[in-house]
Design a protein around this ligand. Structure first.
Ligand SMILES: [Zn+2]
Length: 289
């Protein structure tokens, strides 16, 4: 059965939790791209995907954690990507929202380095641009020819930017967070994304739909539960006026073009084997992104 694809999340941060095993009970399997955010969590991504064959790994330096970088980080990022030829680069990007992040100049330098590495290794990237969408676009333009594909995760920038992102080999992923009534402008922006460049994500355990729409919640009531991927699919299929069964196939095709089937060393294995018998990993309270 064609899976629901969660093109961007951080499930390693809730490895071993009920929220992950809940995925096994859904009507479809769920295939995720599990994104590391800094060198200290890359092994957790490897361990998580090791328990859930068919999931995809992504490694990178998220702008929130650049203060943790130590000398030689570029080499070590290259090494882990070479070790896992099926992995993409993410989560990387720029951020002008979170207090305490380094200035944009420093963020740009690190992002450029990561984009060049992705281009060099022919890997797709997943980028974050919270409150810094213009800067992100400028960097993507500056670094052309860039990576083979760029997933702009939880895009909240202006609608005018969408065609530029598409021209830069961009895909845009919808997060059910944009179903908040105060996010109606950003929701409308997704109507401008060409259907063949649309993906679906949860960013779990971060972000999440408004509580009144959430079908699943994490302990404490947060809505960044990965099973809300089903709700995100339904919302976008309805908005596009496409039967959900057909929409699932379209998104699966988009995902294959963006992230590449040929790169997946596990191609041919069935996607998303979330098994309730999987042993629990031990990294409960990592910060979310
Ligand atoms: Zn994220």
């Amino acid at each position: 059965m064609t899976p629901w694809i969660d093109a961007h999340n951080h499930l390693h941060q809730i490895a071993g939790s009920e929220a992950v095993t809940d995925l096994a009970g859904l009507a479809r399997p769920v295939l995720c791209v599990v994104n590391g955010t800094r060198e200290s969590d890359w092994q957790e991504v490897v361990d998580f995907v090791g328990l859930h064959p068919g999931m995809r790994m992504a490694f990178g330096w998220h702008p929130w954690f650049l203060h943790e970088q130590t000398q030689g980080w570029e080499t070590r990022l290259r090494e882990i990507l070479l070790r896992f030829p099926e992995a993409s680069l993410g989560e990387i990007g720029v951020d002008a929202w979170k207090q305490g992040t380094p200035n944009l100049k420093e963020q740009r330098t690190v992002l450029r380095t990561q984009l060049r590495l992705a281009a060099d290794l022919d890997r797709p990237v997943t980028v974050h641009g919270l409150k810094a969408w213009q800067a992100l676009l400028e960097i993507l333009i500056e670094t052309q020819p860039g990576p083979p594909a760029t997933l702009v995760h939880a895009f909240g920038g202006p609608v005018e930017m969408v065609p530029h992102l598409v021209r830069l080999n961009g895909w845009v992923s919808f997060n059910p967070y944009f179903l908040h009534s105060r996010k109606s402008a950003q929701l409308a922006t997704f109507d401008a994304v060409p259907l063949e460049r649309l993906l679906i994500e949860t960013d779990a355990p971060s972000m999440g739909p408004p509580v009144e729409l959430a079908e699943w919640t994490l302990p404490g009531g947060r809505t960044g539960h990965p099973a809300n991927v089903a709700l995100a699919y339904r919302a976008m299929a309805t908005r596009r006026g496409i039967p959900e069964v057909e929409f699932v196939e379209i998104i699966a095709g988009n995902f294959a073009r963006c992230f590449g089937q040929a790169r997946d060393s596990q191609a041919g294995s069935s996607p998303s084997i979330i098994s309730s018998s999987a042993p629990a990993a031990s990294n409960p309270n990592t910060p979310v992104t």
